[in-house]
Write a protein that binds this ligand. Structure first.
Ligand SMILES: Cc1ncc(COP(=O)(O)O)c(C=O)c1O
Length: 413
């Protein structure tokens, strides 16, 4: 039995992880061109338009609008769908707050659907269990580059007149049944924050085939100003924020979109190979990817059965790290609904809005136990990295390190 690095043995990983310069394409060239336009305003310059054209084409949809972040993209999508006070919006309990903030800002009530224990995504069945006569929309999160069964969710929702917004912040170019996610629902939302597959520092995009939703989305991201005709019409019946993207972000975004398919292809190859290398380890569960899905692995989340594995997940993650492989116990600290703003209903000060909104007229309670699968996932997961610039050696050594640590704890059982 090889001595673990954590016990003073030799670490498995001998070579440093591959690195990259993410902005070594046309970013600088386009930034210079953007500045030379003498305007950085999205409606006047060329880069926001180009980003929309390129990203719509990449996804095979008619329309794309740009926003200031992924959070704002989702808010814009909900605004375009007419979500408002008293409405319920179903979403995932394991996600970034960006999936939920727009729901709250529209004074709507988030309802959390449980997850598949191994894909970590909502299913048509868990969504169906949450639908009421108040459900206006579902925000389907495709977590960590992996597709939720969005086709089935759309079929279910559209029969009932419920909008489907896809949160693809973590799932660029994730192919599912022959199309990219983001193109199944009414609107798909993407983030260009610095941690995503591609970055413009910050920024967001919404895509849709629906021309009416597109027009509403563009206006909702721009104070509901209507710039589509001659001049600007500022008079609007509804309030909307300023979530505009600047031409500087768009210039970087255009250069980044040029690379996104290649980035996702490499991540898919690395993640799938990692799965092949560790899937037979007793007590360790690799992420479940649908046979017709090519995950773009924003990160790589495994789960452990501590009894089977012979150690706690904290011990396991620590031992892998000592072997030189990046791994951390857990993902987000708790399910979204376990956060204070939900359990105490203090999203807007102490007034209880939007949960106690008279238009809602219902009682909702957020507490531990609401989504048992999601809670279990968070208690048992280990997060590993999956980058497009990782090398063959990185892959081999990562697999070897996980196998070495698992073999040691198995032998100790
Ligand atoms: C699933 C998901 N949705 C929404 C967002 C929000 O994106 P942004 O940070 O660009 O607002 C994120 C960002 O982390 C995310 O991971």
């Amino acid at each position: 039995m090889e001595k673990l690095a954590i016990h003073g043995g030799t670490p498995v990983k001998t070579t440093p992880y591959g690195t990259t310069n993410r902005f070594d394409g046309n970013e600088l060239k386009y930034l210079e061109e953007a500045l030379k336009q003498n305007t950085l305003f999205y409606w006047k310059g060329g880069f926001s338009k180009r980003l929309c054209e390129d990203f719509a084409k990449l996804n095979g949809v008619k329309h794309c609008a740009v926003t200031s972040s992924g959070t704002s993209a989702i808010h814009v999508a909900l605004g375009a769908c007419g979500v408002g006070p008293g409405d319920e919006v179903i979403t995932s309990p394991i996600t970034d707050m960006g999936s939920v903030i727009g729901i709250l800002y529209q004074n709507a009530v988030p309802v959390f659907a449980d997850l598949d224990p191994h894909s970590y995504n909502m299913t048509a069945e868990t969504v169906a269990a949450c639908i009421t006569d108040k459900t206006k929309a579902v925000v389907v999160v495709h977590l960590a580059g992996n597709a939720a069964e969005v086709d089935k969710i759309v079929e279910l929702c559209h029969k009932k007149g419920i909008y489907v917004v896809e949160d693809c912040a973590q799932s660029y170019c994730c192919e599912y049944k022959g199309k990219y996610v983001g193109t199944y629902g009414d609107i798909g939302c993407f983030s260009l924050n610095d941690f995503k597959h591609i970055s413009a520092g910050d920024g967001g995009m919404v895509i849709t085939d629906n021309s009416e939703l597109y027009h509403k989305a563009v206006m909702f991201a721009d104070k509901n100003y209507n710039r589509f005709g001659e001049g600007v019409v500022r008079n609007s019946p509804h309030v909307a924020p300023n979530y505009r993207m600047s031409e500087l972000q768009a210039a970087v975004g255009v250069a980044q979109v040029e690379k996104v398919e290649e980035i996702c292809r490499k991540r898919n190859a690395y993640g799938d190979a990692l799965t092949e290398g560790i899937k037979d380890i007793p007590g360790l569960y690799v992420p479940k990817v649908h046979p017709d899905c090519k995950s773009s692995y924003w990160f790589y989340l495994i789960r452990v059965d501590e009894k089977e594995l012979g150690c706690t997940r904290e011990e396991f993650a620590k031992a892998i790290r000592a072997e030189g492989v990046g791994a951390g116990a857990g993902y987000i600290a708790q399910c979204v609904y376990e956060m204070d703003m939900f359990t105490n209903k203090t999203a807007y000060s102490d007034l209880g809005c939007p949960f106690s909104c008279p238009f809602y007229g219902k009682e909702i309670e957020y507490k531990t136990g609401l989504c048992p699968n999601a809670e279990e996932i968070l208690k048992t997961c280990i997060r590993m990295e999956c980058k497009e610039y990782y090398t063959e050696d990185d892959l081999k050594e990562t697999i070897a390190a996980v196998r070495k640590v698992a073999a040691y704890y198995q032998s100790m059982k």
